[in-house]
Design a protein around this ligand. Structure first.
Ligand code: PMP
Length: 401
């Protein structure tokens, strides 16, 4: 009864009362623009969603099996940095695959996805007032995480005329005495752009001259369709100043496992580990066993999925161009990023109308940063038959404008 009275007396002001308890940060940080389209898509019937960057494949069964079997012998925390066997496997994988060696005992931390890795990396390195250059457009978590650390995120445009690659000039124009770090993400979400070795070499001198730390999110490394992925830390001048982030969500179709890793020279890695141990303790144990299995053998399952993504990539770019849009050929990840400027609509209007009128979900490019405006992101993580329906609908929608 006392509780009822208490509730009743406060009922009028309950929302004001609770809002008062919310921090300035939580009140002012915007919700993710991607989720909005996902939520609309879920409420409508007969939608083909090119909205969310999530593989449509099931996780290869041997990975699930290893995770399930682990419950029979280990349901504890692991060491904060992760299972030693998994850190060894990550170290060997990165060395053999991309020519970057990290000491598994001191230079590898297993994280709860790259999402946690990027937060920890930023918190371990960015002080209030530090400026952080971020390639623009980029995955939606970077700017909020930089803000949450008190840093200032400074978008560096990667333009279509440069195949969405980062150029030395674009960096130079934005460097100030407060610039502390550069965030890279290639293959890029949302453009699918990759950086070639010569592109990375051309920005390495700037990083050295201006003493920049580099955070490199390489979660799409395996999803590189032309040539081999070039790891940022494989550029000798950059190795000492780079934190490499990667994980299993995309290429191994393991989003729900929540497992990734952060690798960096010892001092940087140990700083990140301190934060990880307080906020996460350790990445999910069963998922770590799954990840260990993922790195065993020849990565045949990954290759199979990449072959399919490559076919879809060709199909979607072809379909978008036939529909009348100009579309750069993505070299990696699983997104097409066509320009919709010729339609006279903004990217927000285009995406809103596309979902409501044509029942195809895509994400407006401006969600990923100012340079994304005028584009939409279409994830080709759907079957070819769904892709073909989506392309037909997009074409009809554009003809109807
Ligand atoms: N980085 C990029 C570039 C991404 O696109 C995503 C997921 N869309 C993430 C990080 C988050 O990945 P994870 O599932 O490992 O947290």
């Amino acid at each position: 009864m006392a509780n009822d009275c208490h509730f009743h007396s406060e009922v009028i002001s309950v929302s004001e009362q609770t809002t008062k308890h919310i921090s300035h940060l939580a009140r002012t940080i915007p919700p993710s623009g991607i989720r909005r389209y996902f939520d609309i898509a879920q409420q409508m019937e007969d939608i083909v969603s090119l909205g969310v960057g999530e593989p449509d494949f099931m996780t290869p069964w041997k990975i699930c099996d290893a995770a399930i079997s682990s419950f029979e012998h280990n349901t504890s925390y692991t060491s904060n940095a992760g299972l030693p066997s998994l850190r060894n496997a990550i170290s060997q994988y990165l060395d053999q695959r991309f020519g970057t060696y990290y000491d598994p005992d001191h230079e590898v931390v297993v994280t709860s996805g790259v999402s946690e890795g990027l937060d920890v990396a930023i918190r371990a390195t960015i002080d209030p007032g530090d400026e952080v250059l971020t390639v623009d457009p980029i995955f939606v978590s970077y700017a909020p995480c930089i803000t949450m650390s008190g840093g200032v995120s400074v978008p560096v445009p990667c333009l279509e005329k440069d195949q969405f690659r980062l150029t030395p000039d674009a960096i130079m124009e934005r460097i100030t005495p407060k610039t502390k770090a550069l965030v890279l993400n290639f293959p890029n979400n949302p453009t699918g752009a990759v950086m070639r070795r010569e592109d990375l070499c051309s920005i390495a001198d700037i990083c050295v001259d201006h003493d920049l730390l580099v955070l490199s999110d390489e979660i799409y490394a395996e999803m590189t369709y032309e040539g081999d992925h070039v790891a940022v830390a494989s550029i000798p001048e950059l190795y000492d100043r780079t934190i490499t982030l990667s994980g299993f969500s995309k290429a191994w179709a393991m989003t729900g496992f929540r497992v990734g890793y952060l690798c960096a020279p010892k001092e940087l890695c140990q700083a990140a580990l301190k934060i990880h141990q307080y906020v996460m303790m350790s990445a999910p144990t069963a998922s770590q066993y799954g990840a260990l299995e993922a790195l065993r053998g020849e990565l045949d399952d990954v290759r199979e999925m990449i072959r399919e993504y490559r076919l879809r990539r060709n199909m979607i770019v072809d379909g978008l161009v036939r529909a009348g849009l100009s579309c750069h050929m993505p070299q990696g990840a699983f997104y097409a990023f066509p320009s919709i400027e010729s339609t006279g609509l903004s990217d927000i209007e285009f995406a809103e109308r596309l979902i409501r009128e044509a029942h195809v979900a895509a994400v407006p490019g401006s969600v990923f940063g100012p340079s994304g405006a005028g584009h939409i992101r279409c994830a080709y993580a759907v079957s070819r038959s769904d892709l073909s329906i989506a392309l037909e609908r997009i074409s009809d929608f554009i003809s109807s404008l």
